[in-house]
Unconditional design. Structure first.
Length: 214
């Protein structure tokens, strides 16, 4: 019987090749030909799945954003299994967006690069806006849940708090990426401390659910 092509695996191979080229030589170096070379496949096969460089770049950006959100969700799940305060659940999630290791540093680089391109590319801009809305909603829901259990004061503006936290972590990710050499470890420590401080300023009360469970 003829082999059935694993189309998802091929798409992943191609997108990973784009990221490899972009991280090593910059996103401007990405072409269909360079992608095919990095993936070890033919130009025709790349074009079978992605007809243009724009299609390819948009697909890679969407994959990148999906992976970032998946890691945030995984961070939330880990903290929830520990029955942590919502303050600490949210802090764990936001830490996933910082360049705290090689993989996340490369991810932040790509995110910053794609963000610049998105200013002049409607398809990338739509992906960026969707990502920001998704992240802000996750943070907003965490703050709203904090109100329900008593960790957050009733009068606090949930939208303002969520917007501020997202803007803070985005700025910390950029600052962490720009820090090099001997200062990078200190920059990571400061970034973690800022997230913890901002969360503590929002989640100021005891959790009634934890008290009831105790």
């Amino acid at each position: 019987m003829p082999r059935t092509a694993d189309h998802d695996a091929r798409r992943t191979l191609i997108r990973d090749a784009v990221r490899e080229v972009a991280v090593s030589d910059g996103l401007a170096a990405v072409t269909i030909a360079r992608t095919a070379e990095a993936a070890g496949i033919s130009v025709g096969l790349v074009q079978h799945y992605y007809a243009s460089k724009d299609d390819l770049v948009v697909a890679v950006y969407e994959q990148l954003l999906d992976q970032m959100h998946a890691r945030v969700d995984a961070g939330i799940a880990r903290a929830e299994r520990k029955h942590a305060r919502i303050e600490h659940i949210l802090g764990e999630a936001l830490h996933q967006l910082l360049p705290l290791d090689k993989a996340r540093r490369e991810e932040v680089y790509l995110d910053l690069t794609f963000t610049g391109l998105a200013l002049d590319n409607p398809r990338l801009l739509a992906a960026l806006r969707g990502s920001e809305a998704h992240l802000t909603e996750r943070v907003r829901q965490a703050v709203a849940n904090g109100k329900e259990c008593g960790e957050v004061e009733p009068g606090l503006d949930v939208e303002v708090a969520a917007t501020g936290l997202v803007a803070t972590v985005r700025g910390l990710a950029r600052a962490g990426y720009l820090a090099h050499g001997r200062g990078s470890a200190e920059a990571r420590r400061r970034a973690s401390a800022v997230i913890e401080q901002r969360c503590a300023q929002i989640f100021t009360g005891p959790c009634s659910r934890q008290q009831g469970a105790g």
